[in-house]
Design a protein around this ligand. Structure first.
Ligand code: PZK
Length: 286
């Protein structure tokens, strides 16, 4: 066995080095609610996210190469190619939510995209927009306009990540819509390989990196329920908790309901029974 050297920790996942060329991305069952990691875990959440991410890597490889080398038998670990990561987060928004909605209300524009007046919270945009941000090491990511993105990665690379990000959003949003799920927005990360080729990296198109909404409950003009986290958020909102750490423990029924929503998202999006994935994670690999 190669020793795995810990490289980095995210809020809910870990990154290890396997060797000079390969990394291991491990998704835990931790969940964050209102940006705070809770003391309670959601069984199999890391497997759902890992399986979905691997599923999308397989279905989008004709559009853009990605870093996935292998999915491990534990279902929560991806062996990946080590890349030179680009210092921008590539956000695509098809709907007006979160910081996009906030920026629109303040300025009538999101990342330099001027939008028509009169849009409501959660409205579908006339066309998806690319709204890149900085990668903050502490605090929150800051929006970038096209010029600022070009300063960070170069004009050609900025144009390339915009085109590829929009193409990925369209393919996955169309796929999700056919299965009753709205992909409101998504955050993609890219790296560059030794030959200078753009490569999709990190975890891609999961509920932790995207907003998934149940299409059946879509109602613009208010915040939309999250496909996966709404039970946990509703429970946390009903407590006397100020949304600063430490977060509250979740009762068993909220854990079970939240797990069921993650599993439902996996099954609707992939068409694969989650038990099949637990039996052999290779089922998501084409
Ligand atoms: C890389 N992260 C973020 C993810 C964490 C932190 N293929 C790659 N090559 C080089 N670096 C990265 C990747 C990927 N993916 C990703 N940081 C570096 C990250 C998971 C857990 F703590």
């Amino acid at each position: 066995m190669s020793p795995e050297v810990h490289v980095a920790s995210g809020k809910v996942r870990e990154l290890y080095a396997l060797d000079d060329e390969r990394l291991l991305l491990v998704a835990s069952d931790r969940i964050s609610v209102f940006d705070v990691v809770l003391p309670t875990t959601i069984p199999d959440k890391g497997r759902v996210l890992t399986g979905l991410s691997a599923f999308w890597f397989g279905r989008t490889r004709e559009l853009v190469p990605n870093h996935l080398l292998a999915i491990r038998a534990d279902g929560r670990s991806l062996e990946c190619r080590r890349l030179e990561m680009l210092p921008v987060e590539c956000v695509v928004r098809g709907y007006l939510a979160g910081s996009g909605w906030r920026d629109y209300r303040v300025a009538g524009a999101v990342s330099g995209h001027h939008l028509q007046p009169g849009l409501r919270e959660a409205d579908r945009l006339p066309r998806p927009i690319f709204t890149p941000t900085t990668k903050a090491t502490t605090g929150h990511d800051e929006p970038l306009d096209r010029e600022q993105a070009a300063e960070l990665v170069g004009r050609q690379r900025a144009a390339e990540v915009e085109e590829v990000s929009l193409a990925l959003y369209r393919v996955v949003a169309d796929h999700a819509a056919e299965r009753g799920i709205i992909l409101a927005d998504t955050k993609l990360e890219f790296g560059v390989d030794a030959d200078g080729r753009l490569v999709l990296a990190d975890e891609a198109l999961t509920p932790d990196s995207s907003r998934f909404w149940p299409a059946g409950e879509f109602e613009p003009g208010r915040p939309q329920p999250s496909f996966d986290k709404q039970y946990a958020r509703d429970y946390a909102e009903g407590l006397d908790w100020d949304k600063s750490p430490p977060g509250p423990e979740l009762p068993d029924e909220v854990v079970a309901g939240t797990r069921a929503r993650y599993v439902e998202a996996f099954e609707r999006l992939t068409g694969i029974p989650f038990d099949d994935y637990l039996g052999d994670p290779q089922v998501v690999m084409l």
